[in-house]
Design a protein around this ligand. Structure first.
Ligand code: FES
Ligand code: FE2
Length: 457
């Protein structure tokens, strides 16, 4: 069947859900159970997904249970230190093999009939192996847990079911130049500041995910209090939101915000001619301390370091459902504290999603700073976070409203378009837009969604 013929059971062509010319998306995409099933196959069956950080399972035989789309997966380190991701579903009768959330085990024994598997998913045997209670027809190798492909990036564990598909580098494309500034910038790399917060919201995963594709517009209204609390004049966040957006046709994006204002506001410094070393001393990126400067130089180009210190990425996404938050939080009477978090929004049915929130810092970040980052991260983001309690409110409403007989047929509007102009001084790759955040980044997110829904095998 050609992509143009892909239809829902009521005859609607999937390609008609998005009007490419007017940049509109049918609201029913946020609540359609049939589309949801297709997404699980064509999107979550194909793309790279973040499952955790290797620092969560540091020792041989450590494991944790995570979700890849709506599938339960076992993320385990083998005795040689290699990390594997396997489907946590027994090939005997589809029982959940591992029911603990995390732990350490050299073997994983299915609670139903006792088939046992190694951390890499290899089938070991059944409890009465001499009787070949696993049968005589298939070779033992064919009884292993289904295995995903795994790649580590800055210690972050990414996996995909698309065994022969693009590498993670290809999947990130030209945006990797920017992502490296965040994830691959020091010798020892990142670590997770404890296990992630996880909680389930009654929302469609796409509401959170398209917002994560650099929607800055909502901050002006939804987070207005933030401006008032932080003392941004009368609470008007506009000036603090002028920056440069970078985006790719692969659906990834970042908003890069100038640091000048933060130096002035946070460190009472009016001087804009600070050297890079001075900037690193006064207001370093989250988790970075000045003594890491030589490491930054080893891992990043001069252009990347300059951008990281002068106009770093602050929010953005990796398609489809990962948000990056690399932010500077004003502190009472002092200079801002940097926070680095990534979340995934994992579907749990068409109107539920699991919000997973990791807080990150460099492994060599001083413990005192890690503690402060964790404390502030919990306060601002995730379950109890002041900011993200705001964010989740519209997502919950959208999940209910998108079911309405009238509402489902109106459209979401992505018509705030930048003139596609690249500032002459910008050196990084990808599509670049300067000014107040508009809809281009989120529109690229939808184009990539559409492409996979129509063309993924
Ligand atoms: S279902 Fe796992 S051993 Fe039977
Ligand atoms: Fe927000």
């Amino acid at each position: 069947m050609s992509s143009f013929e892909r239809r829902l059971s009521d005859g609607t062509r999937i390609e008609d859900l998005i009007d490419v010319d007017t940049r509109e998306v049918r609201v029913r995409t946020l609540a359609d159970a049939e589309l949801h099933q297709i997404e699980m196959e064509r999107i979550f069956g194909k793309v790279w997904q973040l499952l955790g950080h290797e620092s969560e399972i540091p020792n041989p035989n450590d494991f944790m249970i995570r979700a890849l789309g709506e599938d339960s997966v076992l993320v385990a380190r083998d005795r040689n230190g290699e990390i594997h991701v396997t489907l946590n579903v027994c090939p005997h009768r589809a029982m959940r093999v591992c029911r603990s959330d995390a732990g350490n085990a050299p073997t994983h024994r299915c609670p139903y009939h006792g088939w046992a598997f190694r951390p890499d998913g290899a089938f070991i045997g059944s409890p009465v192996g001499g009787e070949t209670m696993h049968g005589k027809l298939l070779d033992k190798k064919q009884l292993s847990l289904k295995k995903a492909r795994v790649t580590l990036y800055g210690g972050l564990i990414f996996a995909t079911w698309n065994i022969d598909g693009p590498s993670l580098d290809e999947f990130l494309g030209e945006m990797k130049w920017y992502f490296d500034m965040l994830f691959d910038r020091t010798d020892k790399g990142l670590e997770a500041l404890g296990p992630p917060q996880r909680f389930v919201l009654r929302a469609n995963w796409k509401s959170a995910s398209e917002q994560s594709a650099s929607d800055g517009f909502h901050a002006y209204t939804l987070h207005e209090w933030l401006g008032q609390l932080a003392g941004f004049g009368s609470g008007d966040l506009t000036s603090s939101m002028l920056g440069v957006e970078v985006t790719s046709k692969l659906g990834h994006s970042l908003r890069c915000m100038p640091m000048a204002q933060k130096f002035e506001r946070g460190a009472a410094l009016k001087d804009t001619s600070l050297s890079l070393a001075e900037r690193l001393e006064i207001l370093a990126p989250p988790g970075i301390i000045p003594s890491m400067a030589p490491e930054l130089e080893r891992h990043l180009s001069t252009e990347q370091i300059e951008q990281l210190l002068l106009q770093p990425p602050q929010v953005g996404n990796i398609f489809p459902n990962l948000i990056i938050e690399h932010v500077y939080v004003p502190q009472p009477g002092g200079k801002p504290l940097g926070l680095f978090a990534v979340h995934t929004y994992m579907p749990r049915g068409v109107d539920k999603m699991e919000f997973v929130n990791w807080l990150l810092a460099e492994k060599d970040t001083p413990q005192e700073m890690k503690d402060a980052m964790r404390k502030m991260g919990v306060r601002m983001l995730g379950t109890s976070g002041m900011i993200e309690q705001d964010d989740s409110d519209p997502w919950l409403d959208q999940a209910v409203l998108a079911k309405g007989a009238q509402a489902r047929n109106i459209t979401l509007k992505y018509q705030a378009i930048h003139n596609p102009e690249r500032p002459s001084w910008w050196v990084g790759p990808a599509e670049v837009y300067e000014g107040f955040t508009k809809d281009d980044t989120q529109w690229n997110w939808w184009l990539q969604w559409r492409d996979l829904m129509l063309n993924a095998g």
